[in-house]
Design a protein around this ligand. Structure first.
Ligand code: ADP
Ligand code: ASP
Ligand code: MG
Length: 365
């Protein structure tokens, strides 16, 4: 008998039909003898819809009220999932908001950090033989305000809950089979990775791979939570993220990120918070930030291509091949940043999907 935390993202719970199908699978897992906690995201693209409706009312909506608004999406999902489960086995499921499970965060509205998960009510529900259904993405701050954990934050909830309950595994299901060498939507020949170590996964997520949120991977690494990433439609696990590393010396993944902005900064101007890169290029100071942190900064859109793996910068031939290909297609390199496990090339122009795919195939196929 295992204690399992399962997380289902927005696309997996987009319609009542999808919720009903998942409910059947969750009940079967419970009946197999496992204790199950389910974390769900808002249905489909409903968080995006709420954000755009708020922007119709104010250009920069009040952060406290935004959290009150967007946390409503997950509240709908927990009720829907519990109704579906209880439709199969009356009384089996019980829904909980972030505040009901004691998921305590700091006061940073819109991008709060988890400080603690008390989890008493979850333990109680599990002891009563129930399935606990938890709202992802939300918590309550130390000043008792509703907070959210940043876009994609249900992954973080799942890992934090798994750590608090000392669960055997945190299963994160989405519309892909697991973690691939690159986003399979951009690189159709991307290869599914059976295992990924925390460091590599963290570099991938931080570089912009949406499949797992960076905060979630960071918590998992720190708290020793084993993540299993799989497909919500088949229920099969494709990738295990853990401290084991079977591919230490190879280039493991490539991430293309087109959600960045850059700006040339002059002396004496304060740097924006959360900048990804600040580097001197051709006599000017170039600063790159994530689109979501750009705020009022008048930045120019840019993209990055990250090569990830241990000692990647030392793999000169591979890196050289990529730079040569970019030069061939006339895409100007804005800046380069390299660490021991990531080589990130910032480019002024977006790369068409066919080029992303061709560069991936050159490295991995
Ligand atoms: P959910 O809504 O379930 O949280 P996300 O949309 O956040 O799911 O994450 C799944 C998506 O991540 C996939 O549809 C895929 O396009 C994208 N993705 C980006 N990089 C990768 C990668 N290396 N491996 C797998 N999927 C990736
Ligand atoms: N619903 C939130 C979002 O769209 C959280 C999540 O999906 O994980 O970002
Ligand atoms: Mg996600």
């Amino acid at each position: 008998m295992a204690l399992v935390v399962q997380k289902y993202g927005g696309s997996s719970v987009a319609t009542p039909d999808k919720i009903r199908d998942l409910a059947r699978r969750i009940v079967a897992r419970h009946e197999s003898g496992d204790k199950v906690v389910v974390v769900v995201s808002a249905m489909g693209k409903s968080t995006d819809a709420l954000v755009s409706q708020a922007r119709e009312l104010a250009q920069i909506p009040d952060p406290r009220e935004m959290d009150m608004l967007v946390s409503a999406g997950e509240r709908i999902s927990i009720a829907m999932m519990s109704i579906a489960i209880n439709g199969i086995r009356p009384g089996l499921a019980m829904s909980f908001t972030g505040s009901q499970i004691g998921l305590i965060t700091d006061c940073n509205h819109g991008d709060a950090r988890v400080l603690e998960v008390k989890g008493d009510r979850l333990r109680e529900a599990l002891d009563q033989g129930r399935i606990a259904v938890v709202a992802g993405f939300q918590g309550v701050s130390t000043t008792r305000e509703i907070t959210t954990l940043g876009r994609g934050g249900s992954d973080t909830t799942a890992v934090a809950v798994a750590a608090a309950l000392a669960a055997d595994v945190c299963e994160i299901y989405s519309d892909v089979d697991g973690v691939y060498t690159s986003d399979p939507r951009l690189a159709p020949s991307a290869r599914l990775l059976d295992t990924v170590d925390y460091e590599t996964m963290l570099e991938m997520s931080a570089a912009g791979a949406k499949v797992l949120k960076d905060d979630a991977v960071e918590y998992a690494r720190r708290l020793g939570v084993r993540i299993a990433a799989g497909s919500s439609s088949s229920g099969l696990i494709g990738t295990i993220v853990s401290s084991e590393n079977l591919n230490r010396d190879t280039l493991q993944a490539m991430v293309y990120n087109d959600r960045l902005r850059w700006v040339a900064f002059g002396a004496g101007v304060p740097l924006p918070p959360d900048c990804r890169l600040c580097q001197s290029v051709e006599g000017r100071s170039v600063v790159v930030v994530d689109e979501k942190h750009a705020g009022a900064m008048e930045g120019v859109p840019c993209v990055s291509l990250s090569l990830i793996g241990a000692r990647v910068a030392a793999q000169r031939e591979r890196v050289g091949e990529v730079l040569a290909r970019l030069e061939e297609v006339g895409n100007r390199v804005l800046a380069i940043s390299s660490t021991s496990s990531k080589y990130e090339i910032f480019l002024e122009d977006p790369l068409p999907p066919a080029q992303v795919s061709a560069i991936h195939d050159m490295l991995f196929v």
